[in-house]
Design a protein around this ligand. Structure first.
Ligand code: NAD
Length: 462
């Protein structure tokens, strides 16, 4: 289905009307004016979900997948329209990825021991109502992905979404509850408030009925969640370096790096944010980037002008985040054709456009004198986030050395960063990568607790 701008406007109006209703009559398909009411409704829904069979949960999840596919374009357009960030085509792909590759109930597995003294199981049970905080960079993607995993684990969820993406988030939450109701489940499997604030976030974090909080966002929110006194899953910031050594297929490395870096205008936390290349390949890499991959080589003056716009008063200018390369260059008075998709330049690792997690298609290239120097610079640039890193190399010893040194939740070898999400790579998808707290790529089992279930002296039939 092709979605016109008018249809997007209509949906936005519809969501705003629902928000109006929510402020008058709380509880429209998961949207409430008061956070306590949202949690109460999610608690009631969880009592029903908790009694459901795995098959019934899976039926709801199937319907969520179907609705996510059907609404991929509208959600993508709403996200770009509301936040001003990202690329519609790529956001459609991200929603399709969520629908197709987010694990459901099959992710919940049981461990068993049987022997002369009977049968012991570890069963993965629900926490109850999970509190979730979501970013503006992947708003509906994160909400849909989190809910599939949390519901598969037998939980319901209350979101405190980023205020800058509240309409898109509410639309996703409405869809989730519609999917549940249509599949015979309860309303309010996913809830939120119409006006999320720091205060509603605090109410959620401190609430007695929220035993687990999943925070996806920058360092501030992860630190807040980890200081809440509750169990927290912290999916924090990254600044992923892509390392290129002399054994790499340089032409392919240039293609993979630029494809990964420009995906959704560099919004994904896993996307290549800078390159560290050994000196012998820098010129060749740059050649392919500029001549074959639509990169614009910024002069020193243009780098300075970009730095002044992007890093206003030393802080990341949110108006530049998630913009495309042509728009960013337009901001400094440089006009380029539509096929320019990335801005490249060579600089030191301390360059503000290299050391900062920009989330826009500006890719600084740092020259390293040899592989060990490249590792050292890449590790420095990752800032200890332990989030994501990438490498282009045919030398397994080099890859192993880098992997151990950088110690990240994700390390893509010889491919674009999005291969880590199962897009052009094996494995499942998630939009919550728990880098800080170590769960890594979250899935349904991340949102369950381990319970030991013991039968003595019986049920062993070996
Ligand atoms: P952000 O940190 O500004 O906001 C994320 C969420 O946290 C929002 O809902 C915001 O309202 C809330 N928040 C922020 N500070 C808070 C605090 N002190 N207390 C409570 N809530 C708070 O991030 P963003 O701009 O929306 O998203 C981009 C950031 O998120 C980047 O740093 C990116 O790397 C990171 N991110 C990480 C992952 C991951 O899986 N690890 C995924 C997506 C984005």
């Amino acid at each position: 289905m092709s979605v016109s701008e008018q249809m997007v406007q209509d949906i936005v109006q519809e969501v705003m009307a629902k928000m109006q209703v929510a402020s008058e009559v709380s509880g429209s398909h998961g949207v409430f004016s008061d956070m306590n009411d949202a949690i109460e409704a999610a608690k009631k829904a969880q009592k029903i979900v908790g009694r459901m069979s795995m098959d019934q949960r899976e039926n709801i999840i199937s319907n969520i997948r179907k609705k996510t596919m059907e609404n991929a374009e509208i959600l993508a357009r709403m996200g770009v329209h509301e936040t001003g960030m990202g690329n519609v085509g790529h956001k459609i792909l991200k929603h399709q990825l969520v629908a197709e590759k987010t694990p459901g109930t099959e992710d919940i597995t049981t461990t068993a021991w049987s022997g002369d003294r009977g049968l012991t199981l570890i069963e993965m049970g629900p926490f109850g109502v999970i509190g979730a905080i979501t970013p503006c960079t992947n708003p509906s993607e994160t909400i849909l992905c989190n809910t599939i995993g949390m519901l598969a684990g037998g939980n319901t969820v209350v979101f405190n979404p980023h205020p800058a993406a509240i309409k898109t988030s509410i639309h996703a939450i409405n869809l989730l509850n519609e999917a549940s109701l249509e599949a015979g489940g309860p309303d309010n499997i996913a809830c939120t408030v119409e006006k999320p604030t720091m205060e509603t976030s605090n109410i959620m974090m401190k609430h007695k009925d929220i035993p687990l909080i999943a925070a996806t966002g920058g360092p501030g929110v992860v630190t807040a969640v980890l200081s809440s006194g509750k169990r927290g899953i912290g999916a924090g910031a990254g600044n992923p370096p892509a390392l290129v050594d002399e054994t790499a297929d340089i032409r392919k490395a240039a293609e993979d790096i630029v494809n990964g870096c420009t995906f959704d205008n560099n919004l994904p936390c896993i996307a290549e944010k800078e390159v560290v290349a050994v000196t012998s390949v820098v010129d060749e890499l740059m050649h392919y980037m500029v001549n074959e991959q639509g990169c614009y080589l910024a002069s020193k003056e243009e780098q300075d002008a970009l730095t002044a716009v992007v890093m206003k008063d030393g802080r990341l200018n949110r108006h530049c985040v998630g913009r495309d390369a042509k728009t960013l260059l337009g901001m400094i008075g440089v006009s380029v054709p539509d096929n320019i998709r990335c801005i490249v330049f060579e600089g030191s690792k301390e360059h503000p456009l290299i050391t900062t997690e920009l989330m826009m298609p500006i890719l600084g290239i740092v020259r390293a004198k040899d592989f060990d120097d490249a590792i050292e610079q890449a590790v420095w640039l990752e800032h200890g986030n332990r989030h994501s890193a990438h490498i282009h190399s045919k030398n397994v010893d080099n890859i192993t050395k880098y992997a151990k040194a950088i110690d990240t939740a994700i390390l893509v070898k010889n491919g674009p960063s999005y291969a880590a999400l199962g897009f052009g790579g094996e494995g499942y998808c998630t939009f919550t990568i728990a880098s800080r707290t170590g769960e890594g790529l979250t899935s349904a089992s991340t949102f369950t607790k381990r319970r030991r279930c013991v039968m003595t002296d019986s049920l062993c039939i070996r």
